[in-house]
Design a protein around this ligand. Structure first.
Ligand SMILES: [Cu+2]
Length: 164
């Protein structure tokens, strides 16, 4: 938007990943924002992807699974049980309420990439297709961010803690 690049860029990285390219992907009333995946260490068999889903419709929708050419895709949730973080596949899918927003983020819901056929490398984009019922499939381009990334371009402070 402006040509003043160096200093603001450094600042942006200090606060969070740069939110410069807010990408959206749509099908019907479903809009997916800012999809990203965490880079995986060499030899890792699993990775994770995150995004924000808006349902602009008057009826609920469900993310029923996913597919990709580099991995098997599952929808997972993270829970704390007795002080221990656990994750589980959501075999019935992830419901997106009418006029609702669901955030997939570290520590909560996420897309799990299993049986990776290649490492996810910081800076690349990977494609995955996310089927919604009834909205239909949405193909998203996930930006691969550093192994230590935790916010995927979310503005600092907007989460107010990790409660979902
Ligand atoms: Cu998982």
């Amino acid at each position: 938007m402006t040509h003043s690049s160096l200093l603001p860029l450094a600042l942006a990285f200090a606060v969070c990943a740069a939110p410069a390219l807010a990408q959206e992907f749509k099908a019907g009333d479903i809009v997916i924002e800012k999809p990203w995946a965490r880079a995986t260490p060499k030899g890792a068999e699993v990775g994770a992807g995150y995004f924000v889903v808006h349902n602009n419709g008057a009826a609920p929708d469900t993310l029923t699974g996913g597919s990709a050419d580099f991995a098997t895709v599952e929808i997972h949730e993270m829970k704390t049980e007795g002080g221990v973080m656990k994750m589980a596949e959501m075999t019935n899918g992830l419901d997106i309420p009418a006029h609702g927003t669901i955030r997939l983020a570290p520590g909560g819901y996420h897309v799990m990439f299993t049986h990776l056929t290649k490492p996810l490398t910081k800076g690349e984009k990977v494609h995955a297709t996310l089927p919604f019922a009834p909205a239909g499939p949405v193909t998203v381009h996930l930006n691969v961010e550093g192994v230590g990334a935790s916010s995927g371009g979310m503005k600092g402070g907007s989460m107010g803690g990790m409660k979902m």
